[in-house]
Design a protein around this ligand. Sequence first.
Ligand code: SF4
Length: 221
Amino acid sequence: MTDPVTVSGLVAAHRCPLRYWHDLQRPPRESARYAIAKQIAAHLGPGLDADRVWDEVVTVMPGVAPTDRALLDEWVAACRANRWPRLELRDRPVRSQRLGLVGQVDWVAPDLASCAVVRASRAPTFGVTGADRVRAAAYALCLEEERGRPLDEVTLLYVPSGALRRYVPQPRDRRAVLRALAAARRVQEGRVPPKPAEAPCDRCPHGETCGGGARSGAAIL
Ligand code: SF4
């Protein structure tokens, strides 16, 4: 039995199985963007104070660049323009025993009817991004196993845009989860996936080192 796949690993495999392979060779470190988004999200609502949030970011990530303060100010201004539900955010473990999937979600309703995910990316013009539809479906699949019935919705908090989007995962998103799970498992079993023809390389952190992954040796899918 292979190790369970994490939700973040699943989303990486959905974007590009080779990206997941790279992530396993060198696990990505938390970015300053994500640390800033998380701390802002922890204080969403009236009285959102940029100085206080920055103090916390420096505590969480002592090496954060002072220039990132401008990013924080911009995102705080975007969030102040919106009204926010009161959510007590914390990293809450979730798991699907059936699928072999684990993760941590930022908020879960006491009745397990919904959950919320903090994002450090901008909201699309409408709805949620393709990767976030898969992410939402993965968390929903974990939580509905615990709840015994489907979730009502998943909330995406797009901190850089100061936007909140609610999403109900669809069958096509659940199919995408199953496909990404299968791809992630093949990678975990040691097979190096080929570079997909339409891989989203422009937004990938492995752009500089990738290119030879599938041709560098090891078995190929
Ligand atoms: S650079 Fe492109 S092919 Fe390589 S891992 Fe990233 S998305 Fe995949």
